[in-house]
Design a protein around this ligand. Structure first.
Ligand code: COA
Length: 288
C-alpha cells in the first residue's frame, strides 16, 4: 500500500517516541521518508531509539534526520522551548503524534489526588501542550499539518481500575473531534487511533498482572495481540496525504477486543477485591 516516499516532505514529532509503540511508529515513518523528532523524559532511551530510527530510514534509502529532545510534556513552557528548537533545526514540523501516556491499575477508592492528577497531566494536559504549540506555529505560518492522537477503546466504554486514563483519553478524544472542526479550516487535520492490546514493556508491566494474561487474550476474537507494525502502518496512513479527506475520525485497531466490553472490566471477575488490590499493589513501582 505504501511506497518508500509516502512520507517524504514530512517532519513528524512523536511524543513518547523513545520506546514501545511510539518508537514503532517513528521507525515506520522514517522508512517511508519522513524526518523525525522524538521526545520523552529519558535522554538515554531517546538517543538509543534515534539510532534505530535513523538506521531504518537509511536502510530504506533515505537520508533521515532524527532529533531527540528530553522533555516532560506536562511542562507547557518546556514544550514551547522544544518546538522552538525543532523549528530551528528541522524546519517546520508538519506532523504530530500525541503518544506519550501514563497509566496504571488501581482501585479508584485508593487513588491519591496526585495519582489521578499525574495521569491527567501527562495524557490530557500533555496532549494539549504539544497540540497547541504545534498548531499555533502552523496557523501563524499558514501551513497545513496533521495530528494523530493515541486514545483507547475504553474512551467510550470506560474501564474498571483505570479511571484516570479513561477520563484523560476521553478528553483527548473530545480534543480530537473539536479541533478537527476548528482547525480543519486552517488545513490541519486531527484524527485519533484507538489501539487495543499491543504488548509493550511499559504498558504490560503496569496493566497486565501476570496471572490474568490468559483472561486478557481470551477477550480478543482474533485470538492474538496486535503487532507493532500493524499499528505503525495505520498511523502512517493517517499521517500521510493518502488519508487527506479523513478528519475528526477515530480508527480502532484491536482485533475486535472492544466488543467484549470495557478493556479491564473483566478483572472485577478474576479474583476477590482484596486479592486484586494485592496484585495491583505488587505492580506499583517503589518510590524513587
Ligand atoms: N497505583 C496507585 N498510585 C500510583 C501508582 C499505582 N500503580 N503509580 C503511581 N501512583 C501514584 C504515586 O503514589 C503518586 O501519588 P502520591 O504522590 O500521592 O504518592 C502519583 O501516582 C505520582 O506518581 P510518581 O511516580 O511520583 O509520578 P511520575 O510523574 O513520576 O509518574 C505515572 C507518572 C504514575 C503515570 C508513571 O506510571 C509513569 O511515569 N508512567 C509513564 C509510562 C506509562 O505509564 N506507560 C504505560 C502507558 S499505557
Amino acid at each position: 500500500m505504501f511506497t518508500l516516499d509516502t512520507l517524504s516532505g514530512k517532519t513528524i514529532l512523536v511524543t513518547g517516541g523513545g520506546s514501545g509503540l511510539g518508537l514503532a511508529m517513528a521507525t515506520r515513518f522514517a522508512e517511508m521518508g519522513a524526518h523525525i523528532a522524538i521526545c520523552g523524559r529519558t535522554e538515554d532511551k531517546l538517543i538509543s531509539a534515534a539510532a534505530d530510527i535513523k538506521n531504518a530510514g537509511t536502510k530504506a534509502g533515505h537520508t533521515t534526520t532524527v532529533l531527540t529532545h528530553a522533555v516532560d510534556v506536562r511542562d507547557y513552557a518546556a514544550v514551547g522551548v522544544m518546538f522552538e528548537r525543532l523549528t530551528n533545526e528541522l524546519g517546520q514540523v508538519n506532523g504530530l503524534v500525541n503518544n506519550a501516556a501514563g497509566n496504571f491499575l488501581s482501585p479508584t477508592e485508593d487513588l491519591s489526588p496526585n495519582a489521578f492528577k499525574s495521569v491527567i497531566d501527562i495524557v490530557l494536559h500533555g496532549t494539549f501542550n504539544c497540540t497547541q504549540h504545534f498548531g499555533k506555529r502552523l496557523i501563524d505560518t499558514e501551513k497545513p499539518g496533521n495530528i494523530v492522537n493515541i486514545v483507547t477503546t475504553y474512551t467510550e466504554t470506560g474501564g474498571a481500575f483505570i479511571v484516570p486514563s479513561a477520563c484523560a483519553k476521553a478528553g483527548v478524544y473530545a480534543m480530537t473531534t473539536s479541533l478537527a472542526y476548528e482547525w480543519g479550516t486552517y488545513g490541519i487535520r486531527v484524527n485519533s487511533i484507538a489501539p487495543g492490546p499491543f504488548p509493550t514493556e511499559g504498558a504490560w508491566s503496569r496493566l497486565i498482572p501476570a496471572n490474568v494474561e490468559a483472561g486478557f487474550i481470551q477477550r480478543i476474537p482474533l485470538g492474538r495481540y496486535g503487532e507493532h507494525i500493524e499499528l505503525a502502518n495505520l498511523a502512517t496512513y493517517l499521517i500521510s496525504d493518502m488519508s487527506g479527506y479523513i478528519n475528526g475520525s477515530c480508527v480502532t485497531i484491536d482485533g475486535g477486543e472492544r466488543l467484549a466490553g470495557g478493556e479491564f472490566n473483566f478483572l472485577t471477575q478474576m479474583a476477590p477485591r482484596p486479592q486484586l488490590k494485592q496484585m495491583f499493589a505488587a505492580m506499583k513501582p517503589k518510590k524513587g
